[in-house]
Design a protein around this ligand. Structure first.
Ligand SMILES: NC(=O)c1ccc[n+]([C@@H]2O[C@H](COP(=O)([O-])OP(=O)(O)OC[C@H]3O[C@@H](n4cnc5c(N)ncnc54)[C@H](O)[C@@H]3O)[C@@H](O)[C@H]2O)c1
Length: 262
């Protein structure tokens, strides 16, 4: 299996959890030292079962190179976690174009680039598993960050499209949509004081540890569940949204106003 964004946070916890369950793991991240650390810890437990790869999944070339290196190391890729992500930007007036570009490249395009180069082998073999990490922000919205909201909605849409299009051809798809998880991304949002984003995430519900999320993902993959929701309340919010969109928007505006007033 391959896990992108596995130098820390949710990706590292997924690598640890799936390795403990017996998987060979390709640990990929822009942070080469972090990826090497994650892989070294796995190899200390189970020698020869992990490699760390420096990869930039924000380009098609980076995905091609990653898939080639992973196949060289362990053969066919049975499970690919498109987990790397960035949380950047705020409103459309002040967010620089390069922040939009990076957000789409890493949070959205990386998923379709990986799929583009995984699907030929998976369709030929009639099996393969694609799991993307989107976010509750991809089902609801991210107060304070337009780039995060857009790119994570697009990630959910792409995962749904993959499942509809290739589900009957043996390609299984899951989409992980957590709310708050105690990782560098959430902590960096707090430190930067980046609008109300991190405070909204913290106020919206319990902040889980990455290890708890990884346990839930393993169970979700074993059950082949499409939508993996470590925070069950996200399903309630989603049901409220679809039941009455206008009422839901009013509630979100109220929540935003409360956060800005803090
Ligand atoms: N922490 C949360 O509250 C939360 C909630 C919902 C969704 N998520 C999503 O979970 C995923 C993992 O994030 P995390 O919370 O573990 O934070 P994190 O910052 O610990 O992990 C993100 C990782 O992605 C890597 N990365 C960024 N750009 C990359 C690139 N171009 N190529 C390769 N790697 C790259 C980073 O180096 C980092 O190690 C992200 O997609 C994030 O959007 C996080």
């Amino acid at each position: 299996m391959v896990v992108t964004g596995a130098a820390g946070g949710i990706g590292r916890a997924l690598a640890n959890r799936f390795s403990a369950a017996g998987a060979n793991v390709v640990v990929a991240d822009l942070d080469a030292a972090g990826a090497a650390d994650t892989a070294a810890a796995l190899n200390a437990q189970r020698p020869g079962t992990a490699i760390g790869i420096s990869a930039d999944v924000g380009s098609e070339y980076g995905n091609v190179e990653l898939i080639r290196a992973a196949e060289d190391a362990f053969g066919q890729i049975d499970l690919f976690f498109a987990n790397a992500g960035v949380g950047m930007g705020s409103d459309p007036m002040s967010t620089p174009e390069d922040v939009w570009e990076t957000s789409f490249n890493v949070n959205t395009h990386s998923h379709r680039w990986a799929a583009k180069h995984l699907l030929p082998g998976w369709l030929a073999r009639g099996e393969g598993y694609f799991c993307s990490t989107a976010s509750a922000a991809g089902l609801l919205s991210q107060i304070g960050s337009a780039p995060y909201s857009l790119t994570k909605h697009a990630a959910v849409a792409f995962a749904e499209w993959m499942s509809i299009t290739y589900g009957d051809a043996g390609v299984r798809v899951s989409c992980l949509c957590p709310q708050g998880v105690n990782t560098n991304m959430l902590r960096a949002g707090d430190a930067a004081g980046a609008g109300p984003s991190s405070s909204v995430v913290r106020a919206a519900g319990v902040v889980l540890e990455p290890e708890d999320v990884a346990d839930i993902v393993l169970a979700g993959i074993e059950a082949e569940t499409f939508l993996i929701l470590p925070h069950p309340e996200v399903l309630t919010y989603l049901q409220r949204k679809t039941a009455d969109h206008d009422r839901w928007l009013t509630g979100m505006r109220r929540l935003q106003a409360r956060m800005l007033a803090r």
